[in-house]
Design a protein around this ligand. Structure first.
Ligand code: UGB
Length: 420
């Protein structure tokens, strides 16, 4: 019987071949194994290098960040103040920040760059401010840790609080954004300010919309403001009550400014004068609201430069807060001012001015004012601001819109920016 023996088997060419193959296999797998260990070692060591690089970078960034905040807050004039401007990439925020910086105040901005309207416009405003030395921290006023950190770095003497969810009609689309910014955000800011040591004086943006259904004209600060016509107005009115509380309990110095339909260069694309201009140029029809019985709808349009003067004067006349570290030491200043133009203009006249400036006839679509929070008429009595702030608006609508249109045409004509 030919029983296959071991040797015999090994000696057969087939077996030799198999032997070779298994040797090659072992060598191959050993190499793969060693290779894997090698690769995983280097990967882990390089990832730990990357990790430590990252943490070093974040440390570096935070040191850079702190330095940028400090540099921006540096006061360069003898009587200068140091101001935290919330909503600094916004329309009014940009203009106020630039004005303060120009006269030598320390200015640090904060803005969350939300997309309520084209964020690229906010980025352009940011670039403008950066060129004049104002740094805008990217963050939300609801982030109290960030706010506290800023107060740890800089002993702000003043806060110019302009961050808000603006727009009367949008409140029906996104009501919670108004609660988030205009109520929760305000409380978050006031909480930080009340515990700061020293406490800053705060000037903040309320709105002409708080007059709501009040029909006694011109609107005076003493008139009733308990009938808001929109959620936007209601949140601004709530802000006035909330600031009263913080003034009363913690001794924070607080000044609320009721702005009347502010317009001008670098303005807000959601506002009528802005999107009317865009649509007139595009040949699109523009909806012009009218009141009951074809009643005129009019606004006390106020030019941005006049508003900036009112804001700066409010900061300059604000008394110090009296509390410290969350404790009140005595009564503190509490003010509210109308900042308007004192000459309401019908919306149809606004359109006529735009037609002349843009040299294009508008396609007017006259329609009944929808029930979406609008009021028919606004008109500011500014005697209080005149007496206490020496506020005196000097720009009529024709002059102000001329400046707006010049800016609008140059901003959107360089080919890079789109007005959608
Ligand atoms: O003073 C304020 O506190 C507010 O001012 C601004 O609100 P408003 O005065 O309503 O401005 P804006 O929308 O430009 O409408 C202007 C006019 O055009 C009419 N309007 C408007 C839209 C339209 O399609 N058609 C129209 O006729 C409309 O009926 C109105 O008569 C800010 O947006 C707001 O954030 C707040 O700051």
């Amino acid at each position: 019987m030919n029983i296959p023996g071991k040797l015999k088997m090994e000696k057969s060419p087939y077996n030799r071949l198999r032997h070779h193959f298994s040797l090659a296999k072992i060598t191959f797998w050993s190499l793969v194994f060693v290779g894997l260990i090698y690769v995983s070692f280097f990967r882990s060591s390089s990832s730990s290098t990357a990790h430590s690089d990252n943490s070093r970078r974040s440390l570096r960034t935070s040191r850079d960040w702190e330095q940028r905040v400090r540099a921006s807050a540096k006061i360069r004039s003898q009587k200068g103040i140091s101001v935290l401007v919330t909503g600094a990439a916004g329309f009014v925020g940009t203009h106020v920040s630039a004005a303060l910086k120009r006269r030598g105040d320390g200015v640090v901005g904060i803005d969350n760059f939300n997309s309520y309207y084209d964020p690229s416009l906010k980025r352009s405003r940011q670039a403008l401010l950066e060129r004049s030395g104002v740094y805008i921290v990217e963050g939300d006023i609801n982030d109290d840790k960030l706010l506290r950190r800023l107060f740890d770095i800089v002993a702000f003497t003043h806060v110019m609080h302009l961050a808000a969810q603006a727009g009367v009609r949008y409140a029906m689309e996104n009501p919670s954004s108004y609660v988030h910014s205009n109520i929760a955000g305000l409380v978050s800011l006031l909480e930080v300010c009340k515990s700061a040591n020293p406490q800053p004086a705060i000037v903040w943006a309320s709105s002409s919309s708080v007059y709501g259904l009040n029909n006694k004209v011109p609107f005076s600060e003493k008139d009733r403001t308990d009938q808001p016509a929109s959620l936007y107005a209601a949140t601004k009115k709530a802000g006035e009550e909330i600031t009263h509380t913080y003034n009363h309990i913690y001794g924070l110095s607080l000044t609320g400014l009721r702005f009347f339909t502010v317009y001008g260069p670098w303005g807000r694309p959601d506002m009528a004068y802005f999107f009317f201009s865009k649509d007139i140029l595009k040949g699109k029809s523009i909806p012009i609201f009218e009141g009951p019985n074809h009643g005129t709808v009019a606004r006390d349009f106020t030019f941005i430069d006049d508003i900036v003067k009112g804001c700066v004067a409010s900061l300059d006349t604000a008394e110090k807060s009296t509390g410290s570290g969350g404790k009140k030491k005595g009564p503190a200043q509490l003010r509210v001012f109308n900042l308007g133009n004192t000459s309401p203009v019908p919306v149809s006249d606004l359109v006529s001015i735009l037609e002349r400036l843009l040299k294009v006839k508008a396609k007017r679509l006259i329609m009944k004012m929808p029930r979406n929070g609008d009021v028919q008429f606004t008109h500011a009595n500014i005697s209080s601001a005149q007496t206490e702030l020496h506020y005196k608006p000097t720009t009529d609508l024709q002059t102000g819109l001329k400046k707006f249109v010049r800016w609008y045409l140059s901003y959107y004509s360089d080919g890079k920016k789109s007005d959608q």
